[in-house]
Design a protein around this ligand. Structure first.
Ligand SMILES: [Zn+2]
Length: 257
């Protein structure tokens, strides 16, 4: 009898008044593996304190955010990332046996990969969910929005991302679990050199975005591992308890701090 009218709201990306989708903040596909391993549920940690610490969820974070066209734009980059993860085993490698703490990945499409990474950072900035609280401010939100709208990946130092695959030692030196299936909402770390780092863990992978004046970023060590225009990405491999952000997030719940 009654037909619900579509809910017209402003799309956060194109700013047109449209019927909005239930958009995922962290891409939907990043929950698949966690749900399979966790029999339909997964654990989310929050670093901003409060009751969401170590919470068990059945569904990813989503909210009315994007119109269909903008959702489709993000989908292309997400599909690329998901395909690369499958084809290149981008995130499913074993710990390097020679003790190295990084793995080099070549042949990536700089624009698609970078825009995928930027789309996640931007979504965390415009989300109304209090779990995604640490804000970089309007200037960065605007700049990220422009880059995404114009499909402009920027220079590699701009919002560069340090990608790390953490592992957990299961028994001293004997075995380890790579990329433990956990998601952590972002934090916002201010460094002495004026740069800010926004770390978040998605489907076990640690993404740390480096934000700040480009001349300071260019002098920092982070530049060495950022995704490069030639398609190279250095992926770090590190024990989870050695990563402050994750140790703090997990430790409060699992008790190993
Ligand atoms: Zn839109």
């Amino acid at each position: 009898m009654f037909k619900l009218a579509p809910l017209i709201m402003r799309c956060a990306l194109c700013l047109n008044d449209r019927d909005l989708c239930d958009s995922h903040i962290y891409p939907k596909f990043t929950y698949r593996r966690m749900k399979e391993q966790g029999e339909g549920s997964f654990r989310v940690f929050s670093t901003s304190g409060g009751k969401s610490e170590g919470e068990i969820l059945q569904d990813g974070f989503k909210e009315k955010l994007l119109c269909k066209e903008c959702e489709a734009r993000f989908q292309k980059w997400e599909d690329y990332f998901a395909r690369i993860v499958r084809q290149k085993k981008l995130l499913d490698f074993k710990r390097p046996s020679d003790g190295k703490k990084w793995v080099r990945v070549d042949g990536l499409d700089y624009a698609k990969m970078k825009l995928f990474l930027l789309s996640i950072l931007w979504r965390t900035q415009v989300s109304k969910n209090p779990r995604f609280n640490p804000r970089l401010g309007d200037k960065h939100e605007q700049r990220l929005r422009e880059m995404l709208l114009n499909c402009d990946p920027g220079c590699f130092e701009e919002y560069g991302c340090v990608v790390t695959v953490p592992f957990v030692e299961l028994a001293a030196g004997e075995s380890e679990e790579m990329r433990p299936p956990v998601t952590v909402t972002p934090s916002n770390v201010r460094r002495k050199d004026g740069l800010r780092v926004v770390p978040m863990q998605i489907d076990g992978v640690l993404f740390q975005y480096v934000v700040g004046a480009l001349d300071v970023v260019k002098r920092s060590v982070f530049c060495r591992v950022f995704l490069k225009p030639n398609g190279e990405l250095i992926v770090g491999v590190e024990e989870l308890t050695k990563i402050d952000f994750l140790r703090d997030a997990w430790g409060r719940t699992l008790g190993f701090t």
